[in-house]
Write a protein that binds this ligand. Structure first.
Ligand SMILES: Cc1ncc(COP(=O)(O)O)c(C=O)c1O
Length: 295
């Protein structure tokens, strides 16, 4: 039987909530920000990205603003409560207005309202964000160079960084959103007129944010070895195992999977009763901070 290797690359930082891809995607903005400038970004009410930005603002001492896709700021939402505790100013934005976030009018209004802020997009995904991810030596596993690189993909910045860093290695984005424009989103994070052809995206089996019982069970089963959550890393790794089981991915490869963090989201899942108290207690217990874990 041909042996397949799976290496999970997990990044730990000294600042809680800026783990995984968050630190990398924010790195360029943190460098680019001028001394007196704050950073503004946007996301959903349980956004890992907003949680990370708020934590970075508190740690480095700069102001942060989060536009939240919601009608009203729920102060008992654990992600938003944490953002507020870290000093982020939260502004609710209703869904229909939020949908206009890619337009120049939306952007201009933000510039007018927040002239002292550097504005970065949802998820921190743009060319700058992807450049930060290029710093990750994902292919270098303790056993040698990986032949396949994988990560959960939602707004595209993370995979765009991996694609550029390793143009000669195959990269598979495990989609966690059902978004027909995801390819365009990844391309928008790559340099204009690029000719990278080393990547592809899977199709997500369920909508973004949908919590499937089998994925939660999978996260619980793997917990002694690795900490996962069912919206990003758990959903993506589950998909990867399915592809291997169905032989849609060839056996015998050395796979490196980037653990993109997001464990702060577990509290929000429990808050919304999408996972049980027992599941929450298990999944959120002592996060594994090993740099690379073989499973
Ligand atoms: C935990 C986690 N994993 C993966 C992703 C997907 O990364 P990207 O949006 O860069 O595709 C995100 C979103 O940033 C995330 O929060």
């Amino acid at each position: 039987m041909t042996k397949t290797e799976l290496w999970v690359c997990q990044l730990a930082t000294t600042v809680p909530n800026i783990s995984g891809n968050k630190w990398l995607k924010l790195a360029s903005a943190l460098r680019k920000r001028s001394a007196k400038q704050g950073i503004l970004s946007m996301g959903g009410a349980f956004s890992n990205h907003l949680a990370a930005l708020a934590a970075a603002g508190k740690h480095y001492g700069f102001p942060t603003v989060g536009l939240v896709r919601t009608d009203k700021i729920d102060l008992t939402n654990p992600t938003l409560a944490q953002c507020l505790q870290n000093g982020m100013y939260l502004q609710p934005v209703d869904r229909s207005y939020y949908r206009q976030r890619h337009t120049s009018e939306f952007n201009q209004k933000l510039i007018n309202c927040y002239p002292d802020y550097l504005i970065i997009p949802e998820g921190g995904s743009n060319e700058e964000g992807a450049k930060g991810v290029m710093a990750l030596p994902l292919a270098q596993t303790p056993a040698g160079e990986a032949s396949l690189l994988c990560c959960a993909t939602a707004s595209g910045g993370t995979i765009a960084g991996i694609i550029q860093r390793y143009p000669d290695i195959r990269v598979l984005g495990l989609a966690v959103v059902q978004d027909k424009t995801l390819i365009d989103k990844v391309n928008a994070c790559l340099p204009i007129n690029h000719n990278f052809s080393n990547w592809e995206l899977t199709k997500a089996s369920s909508a973004y944010g949908k919590v499937k019982a089998e994925v939660v069970a999978f996260c619980c089963e793997l917990k002694p070895q690795i900490s996962l959550e069912p919206i990003y890393t758990g959903k993506a790794l589950y998909q990867l195992f399915e592809l291997l089981e169905k032989k849609e991915l060839a056996a015998g490869q050395r796979i490196a999977f980037f653990h993109t963090g997001g464990l702060q989201g577990l509290a929000g899942l429990y808050y919304r009763k999408l996972i049980s108290e027992t599941e929450y207690a298990l999944l959120a217990a002592d996060d594994n901070e090993e740099a690379c874990t073989a499973v």
